[in-house]
Design a protein around this ligand. Structure first.
Ligand code: MTE
Ligand code: MOS
Length: 778
């Protein structure tokens, strides 16, 4: 369909009926009950094919060194071991780079991080494979590793050339500003901690065929990388994904090499092979959120208006590129968040270190980017003795300030002020402030604090070409509908939303739309399910496919009844055309097959109106922005640094939500995941560069008791959205994670500091309290 056609159709979509079980209905996740009862089949639940072997990985114990060829004999001697696979056993290329550069699947001569896969051991049981992997004795001559961002910056150890977005004459504007401030801070990384770890099963078929079942957000990339490693054409490789037990960005590129390792073992042994990483191996070997180091100088006036900002953000890319380019892009396009600074320059450094290659994680660099402005706001506010939320509001884009981002896209509408006003009202901000002041004045050692956050997050993949999707819809002769689309289900509720879209097109109940595994054989050349675009892109593709079939069905009904196709209405499981002209949807489907009319169609969609000039770093890379605001209250024990979030009031813009229940689940889940990143999840490497937080005993993700006891989540009412979004909805998967920044801000408020690194663990909070006490004493 042309962009214009799409838009014309969109005008009607927004106005479509919103029935109890149609668009905008709060239907529960299609797998909710199956998740709860355990009937939902994850990859490891699938019946194992006869002759299945298991694979395990030998990982590097050291961060950097020269690797001698590995002697496979000790592993082969382990009972049950069938094969030991080394780089020389790869028939295609030893390259798993998502973006086409060389990134080794198995270290070949050079070890670049502790945890790097060195060999694949295949056994008749998983225990045999693991024992075989443990028996290998890799000889590695150590080289000095680069382990910190600071060291990488000093040595100019980059994985990409520095990237920059700038507007105005920052030097002059800084010099002209009445006040100036310089600061440095840092934010840690984050382990995805999906409940289902990385896993894949590869089943060799006839000729060179390889059937791969993968827990992946990106079946097409799994197909490509399996093809690359095996040295076969993509049409030989079929990848399916029914569901993931969480992905969060961690299964966007990392799932590909896990699957390629299983496929290599299957090719070499001629038998089906499953590779399931242990939690420890998963955490050691797969990428995480990029840690960041920030340095900035800001110029501002007495009112808190920030006139100039010159910033450098250094991201720890780890040892290879992976998707760092995209993470950096999002970080620098989101560095001002919803604020306007007239003279602005941000430089991003992608540091190459001898650590695991960092990757996508919910928000994809956006969360790290917008911490910059929050840090600036809080330090400027402290310097002027003003409340931070007032300084932020003073700098909001739009109103008297410009609404154009430094890269040239406008923050359309005036939702920034609206979401902020609503979150403030919901939380009874002023009363809360007074209550907290009274509490703090009397309690001997507990201190409460209040923090806020306002967010503008761009929706679309930064790489324009990725903003495309496909779908395949069949209607069978009984009127049942089979839906397949290029998106993957990772718990976010994508499938139920798209089933609603398709059901709406046919005027049937979503229950009769069967949801199927994503498959590269059904829909080819797909983008990953990421950047929160799953329902925007695949929803449209599925809508287009279903509409094609409905048009054909309407023509058949019209011919049968002697009416115009436009008079044929699909609603409530029936097809009607006024008077007595009516039949069941299934009857019409049957009639279509008798009339030899196809009831199968593909749909293809590409997001319109995107443009980005990567040389100039200018353009409109996002289809639209998603807005949100939060107010959070915390309490800190100043004797121990321990803290809790007591309440969270969240307002999130979802346009006209496709499914409010699902969206609220996404908002609350994302918020808690953000709270984990900023307050308790700490990755800790030892002096040799070995990650020591390899499981839940040492890596603390938020538990149910960390969820604020008061959690009030609201979808912004009457939220406007472009008419050419799917049913005028907006994406929700990632943005609310960033609302948790309000908790970080509330902690600063509670302990009276403007300087707090993330994650604000109890240790860090305690140190900040001590520092503050010592800087106060004479
Ligand atoms: N929700 C659940 N339950 N599990 C997940 O793994 N991933 C998040 C988000 N919500 C995730 C999730 C991430 S990182 C993204 S990009 C989006 O879902 C992807 O899905 P969507 O585009 O359909 O929103
Ligand atoms: Mo989400 S980080 O874009 O998979």
């Amino acid at each position: 369909m042309s962009a214009l056609g799409q838009r014309a159709q969109a005008q009607n979509l927004g106005e479509a009926r919103r029935s109890a079980r149609g668009m905008g209905a709060s239907l529960r996740h299609d797998s909710a009950l199956k998740h709860a009862t355990g009937e939902a089949r994850f990859l490891d639940d699938i019946a194992e094919p006869p002759g299945l072997l298991h694979a395990a990985l030998a990982l590097s114990p050291i961060a950097h060194g020269r690797l001698a060829p590995i002697d496979p004999a000790p592993a082969r001697a382990v009972p049950g071991v069938v094969a030991v696979l080394l780089p020389g056993d790869i028939p295609g290329r030893n390259d798993i780079a998502p973006s086409g550069r060389n990134e080794a699947m198995l270290a070949d001569g050079l070890v670049e991080y502790a945890g790097q896969p060195l060999a694949i051991v295949v056994g008749t049981t998983r225990d045999a494979a693991l024992a075989g992997a443990a028996a290998l004795k890799p000889e590695i001559a150590p080289l000095p590793p680069v382990l910190s961002i600071e060291e990488a910056v000093e040595r100019e150890s980059w994985i990409l050339p520095p990237q920059r977005i700038a507007r105005g004459d920052v030097c002059a504007a800084l010099a002209d500003s009445p006040h100036r401030l310089t600061a440095e801070f840092r934010a840690g990384g984050q382990e995805h901690f999906y409940l289902e770890g990385q896993i894949a099963m590869a089943v060799p078929g006839e000729d060179a065929d390889m059937q791969v079942v993968s827990s992946t957000q990106h079946p097409t990339e799994v197909q490509h990388i399996v093809g690359r490693v095996l040295g076969c054409a993509y049409n030989r490789v079929t990848v399916t994904t029914r569901r993931m037990g969480g992905g969060f960005g961690g299964k966007e590129s990392n799932a590909s090499w896990v699957a390629a390792a299983a496929a290599l073992a299957a090719r070499r042994t001629g038998r089906p092979v499953k590779l399931r990483l242990s939690r420890k191996a998963d955490i050691a070997a797969t990428g995480k959120r990029h840690p960041f180091l920030y340095r900035w100088t800001a110029g501002f006036d007495e009112t808190g208006r920030i006139l100039a900002l010159d910033a450098t953000m250094a991201a720890d890319a780890g040892h290879s590129l992976d998707m760092t380019g995209g993470v950096i892009f999002r970080a620098i396009t989101h560095a001002l968040n919803c604020c306007d600074v007239p003279a602005f320059a941000v430089k991003a450094l992608a540091c190459k270190t001898n650590t695991v290659s960092n990757t996508a994680f919910r928000g994809f660099g956006g969360p790290q980017g917008l911490l910059l402005m929050e840090d600036v706001i809080h330090r400027v506010a402290a310097a002027l003795g003003l409340p931070a939320d007032e300084v932020r509001a003073r700098n909001f884009a739009g109103g008297g300030n410009s609404d154009e981002t430094p890269y040239g896209q406008r923050l359309e509408g005036d939702l920034i002020r609206r979401v902020w006003a609503e979150a403030r009202a919901d939380s009874a901000w002023d009363a809360k402030r007074a209550e907290i002041a009274a509490f703090n004045a009397t309690h001997p050692f507990l201190r409460r604090g209040l923090g806020s956050m306002v967010l503008a997050f761009g929706i679309s993949f930064g790489q324009t070409h990725m903003n495309q999707a496909g779908a395949l819809v069949h209607v069978y002769a009984d009127g049942s509908v089979r839906l397949n689309h290029g998106g993957t289900e990772m718990g976010q509720g994508l499938n139920i939303k798209i089933a609603q879209v398709v059901a709406d097109a046919f005027g049937v109940d979503p229950d009769i739309v069967s949801i199927t595994a994503t498959s590269t054989a059904d829909v080819p050349n797909t983008s990953p399910t990421a950047a929160s675009t799953g329902s925007d892109l695949n929803g449209w593709a599925a809508h287009i496919a279903a509409s094609t079939i409905r048009t054909r069905m309407a023509e058949v009904a019209a011919a049968e009844w002697g009416v115009q196709p436009a008079d044929v209405i699909f609603a409530d499981g029936r097809v009607t055309a006024g008077g007595n002209l009516a039949m069941e949807f299934g009857e019409l489907a049957k009639l279509c097959t008798l009339k030899r009319v196809s009831l199968s169609a593909t749909g293809f969609y590409r997001t319109p109106d995107l443009n980005w000039d990567p040389k100039a770093m200018k353009g409109a890379p996002f289809f639209y922005f998603s807005y949100g605001a939060a107010v959070c209250e915390v309490v800190v024990d100043t004797l121990t640094g321990e803290h809790r979030c007591l309440s969270a009031h969240l307002v999130q813009d979802c346009g006209r939500s496709l499914n409010p229940t699902i969206d609220i689940g996404q908002i609350e889940g994302a918020f808690v995941q953000g709270l984990g990143w900023l307050t308790c999840e700490e990755l800790w490497w030892d002096a040799e560069g070995r990650l020591r937080t390899l499981g839940p005993s040492t890596y603390k993700i938020p538990g149910s008791r960390d969820v604020p006891p008061v959690m009030k989540t609201r979808l912004l009412a009457d939220a406007p959205a472009r008419s050419d979004t799917i049913f005028r909805s907006k994406a929700v998967g990632e943005p609310p994670l960033m609302l948790a920044t309000a908790v970080w801000n509330a902690l600063k408020d509670a302990i009276g500091t403007d300087a707090l690194d993330a994650p604000a663990t109890p240790e860090r909070v305690l140190m900040a309290i001590r520092e503050r006490a010592s800087s106060r004493s004479p």
